[in-house]
Design a binder for this molecule. Structure first.
Ligand code: GUN
Ligand code: ZN
Length: 427
């Protein structure tokens, strides 16, 4: 039996970033692709691809649009069950809703239940890779990696480290954060499609000693990612100044402790000083834009177009459950809306690229996932561009593929996700 599958559809593949040159010309439509051994083996006109793979099983997806699976570069899977909690801004939101929920992950069975629920929800929304914070409990990391492994997913996760300004039961220490993170990293990093990310939650919940210990761990394992939060709300920035009086700015609290680097993922990064912007760009770090979170928690407007124009690496993310959605389509829509408020109408190509190749590049996985090309892992989504009557009637008037896609970006949800493939396997 061959494991080759030939899929026909409207297959949208980027040739380059849509942030250089005409966005509409950054991708092309192809008629067919072949999946073999979990990877994309071929892409092109159906006659050519069929001739080269005569044994392949054929799956016709009709007029559906196939794109790379969505890559969500910043999430908190433990916040699944408290998403859409009303009425608070960041610090009160953490204390009122987030920390009590994260406390429940002391129970490994609860962690396993939520990890499975989270990954099933995100898969249903077309997301094939997530970079997740866990809780301070090592078992919360194990639960997430086991759930991702069982589904064959490429995934990133790390133990959230906090040794102050968090309630009893939700604090570790500088030493235990180092020891537990190292043990998890040794156990999981590079196993199957899993990667470990060193994860200090943010400077207010870590002592300088803890940040330093995690900086050492990163220096010992420079191939790991490091994920944290940066300059999300102005109150938070003032708090960081009070907690770290020596620091030049918020970024310096990380920089001074070995936590600034190219493999660093800095969530939000809305209210940056010129020095912070320069340093982040110089080292090639990634800023992770979380638009539904920024509006939901009232954080502010991230000027994506300005950051990309400066040469910053930017990824896109839901930030579930500060973000109000599991959907990267909804997240692209929110990025578009914030773009409108900051003076740039992001093109549909730019939105789709950010939620696939852009986020993959932010995670330093752009050579594995996020793009449809021979050799890439076959994490794919088929989108129904007419999934509801409202979307169908607008898409029916479209004159090109971008105009056909944009209503699904703006109004689509999991009903638009017709099929997902994880490493070539239809789920
Ligand atoms: N800053 C520190 N922790 C969090 C969190 O869980 N969510 C968000 N949105 N911001 C944070
Ligand atoms: Zn977050």
């Amino acid at each position: 039996m061959t494991d080759q599958t030939l899929i026909t559809a409207q297959i949208l593949a980027f040739d380059r970033t849509p942030f250089d040159g005409d966005p509409a010309q950054s991708a092309r439509l192809h008629e067919a692709l072949v999946i073999e051994g979990g990877h994309i083996a071929a892409l092109g006109p159906v006659s050519e691809v069929r001739a080269a793979y005569p044994q392949a099983r054929h799956r016709d997806m009709g007029a559906h649009l196939i794109t790379a699976g969505f890559v969500d570069a910043h999430v908190h899977y433990p916040q699944t069950a408290m998403i859409a909690s009303w009425g608070k801004r960041l610090i009160d939101w953490l204390n009122t809703y987030t920390f009590p929920e994260e406390m429940r992950f002391a129970d490994p069975a609860y962690a396993a239940e939520i990890a499975g629920r989270y990954l099933d929800l995100t898969l249903a929304h077309g997301t094939t890779t997530t970079a997740s914070y866990c809780t301070i409990h090592p078992a919360s990391v194990t639960a997430f990696f086991e759930a991702a492994q069982a589904r064959g997913l490429r995934a990133v996760a790390g133990k959230t480290c906090m040794d102050r300004n968090a309630p009893d039961g939700l604090r570790d220490t500088a030493q235990s954060a180092y020891d537990d993170s190292r043990a998890l990293l040794d156990r999981w990093h590079g196993v199957d499609r899993l990667s470990y990310a060193i994860t200090p939650r943010f400077s207010p919940t870590s002592s300088p000693e803890q940040l330093g210990a995690l900086g050492h761990l990163w220096a010992e394992h420079p191939d790991c990612l490091m994920q944290t939060h940066l300059s999300e709300q102005t109150d938070e920035i003032e708090w960081v100044q009070a907690l770290y009086p020596e620091a030049r700015d918020y970024l310096d609290t990380y920089e001074a402790h070995g936590l600034l680097g190219a493999r660093g993922l800095y969530g939000h990064a809305i209210h940056l000083t010129p020095r912070e912007r320069d340093r982040l760009r110089e080292v090639g770090a990634a800023l992770i834009h979380c638009p539904t979170s920024n509006t939901f928690i009232g954080s502010g407007l991230f000027d994506m177009a300005a950051r990309v124009a400066e040469g910053q690496r930017v990824g896109l993310a839901t930030d579930t459950g500060g973000g109000s959605s599991f959907s990267m389509l909804r997240t692209m829509a929110a990025a578009y809306e914030i773009g409108q408020l900051t003076g740039t109408a992001l093109h549909p190509a730019q939105l789709l690229w950010l939620g696939t190749a852009g986020s993959a590049q932010a995670l330093h996985m752009g050579d594995l996932i996020g793009t449809i090309a021979p050799g890439m892992e076959a994490d794919l989504v088929a989108l129904d561009l007419a999934s509801t009557p409202a979307i169908a009637q607008r898409a029916g008037r479209a004159e090109d593929i971008w105009e056909a896609l944009f209503p699904t970006i703006m109004m689509g949800d999991d009903r638009a996700v017709a099929q997902v493939w994880v490493a070539g396997r239809a789920v």
